[in-house]
Design a protein around this ligand. Sequence first.
Ligand code: ASP
Ligand code: MG
Length: 404
Amino acid sequence: MALIVQKYGGTSVGDVDRIKNVASRIKKTHAEGHGLIVVVSARSGVTNELIARAKAINDRPDTREMDMLLAIGEQETIALTAMALHAIGVPAVSYTGAQAGILTDQVFTKAKIKQIVPKSILKDLKEGRVVIVAGFQGMNEAGQITTLGRGGSDLTAIALAAACKADKCEIYTDVDGVYTADPRIVKTAQKIEEISYDEMLELASLGSKVMQSRSVEFAKKYGVVFEVRSSFNHNPGTIVKEEVAYMEKVVVRGIAVDKDQAKVVISGLPDKPSSAATIFTALAEASINVDMIVQNVAHTGGVDLTFTVQRDDAQNAVKVLPPVLKKLGGGEVKAYDNIAKLSVVGVGMRTHAGVAAALFTALGDRGINIQLIGTSEIKMTLAVERAKADEAVRAAHEAFGLSK
Ligand code: ASP
Ligand code: MG
């Protein structure tokens, strides 16, 4: 008999029929004699709706009250899932995060899990009950309800798997697993059987938003092996774990694309030690996240500084920077919001040369211009024109033989 943690995302519990479907899947595993902890998200759309309602009432809602509100999304689905199990004869009990013993720090709306005391859970499991836990929420030291940041149900599942030393952790979602590229863009994209935490993190924080990044980091830290798979069929999914030796043979694991990017160009910036520091401090104070950064010596004297930001932040950057540039003694800022970021990811890149050459050749052959280049040990990122992004993904996918 194994202990299995299963997490069902918002679409998997999106309505009454889907909750019944989840219940019958749980019944099957329970009937095989396994212990089961089930983490559920709110019905898809519910958390967004609650946030919208809060903002319609107060544009800067108190964060404690926000968590009080957001926690109800998952409180609905745990109760309904337990009722669905009762209806088909499976003993089950639902718990809020606090009742499950999930203790967090004090930071409302993005709390970190500090400790899990699964006393009640373990007792229920021993007595044969399926335990249903509300994802995305916990309790701080003062006994207040906290939430774990958007997509936080994944984190609840991974953390419970670690705390209860589960034999298996399965993350059920509406896709079959992690693919070599978005199948809507590349028809021949393949499901990846096994992927390392590091590769998953690069893919998760980019275009393929299969899982919350923080939960993958947590899994890596505690060595929780998990599988991402679909709740709508019985296909095997993608196993995520620490890298294994053979993975090095595969140079590129997958291609991600983020089409919501913009490029900000500051030209004629005075060439002095504090310029970059002043600019990026001002952007940070405006909560603008900067990613790829390139600095060139300009023909006109001074330097040109180019960087990428989320598309939503581009206009804000253009507003924030002019007074800063004025103080620095010059420079003009311009935003181009037609940018996509393409990333080629693989742990094999650590030990293989030639990835850049192959990638640039593939894009060059199709007349796709590369605007910015960034690299890390296991990733190469390019900024290209958004209109060319899909073609660029297909070109890269083909160049690295990812269609098999
Ligand atoms: N319901 C929360 C959200 O939408 C948590 C989750 O679904 O994982 O962000
Ligand atoms: Mg989710």
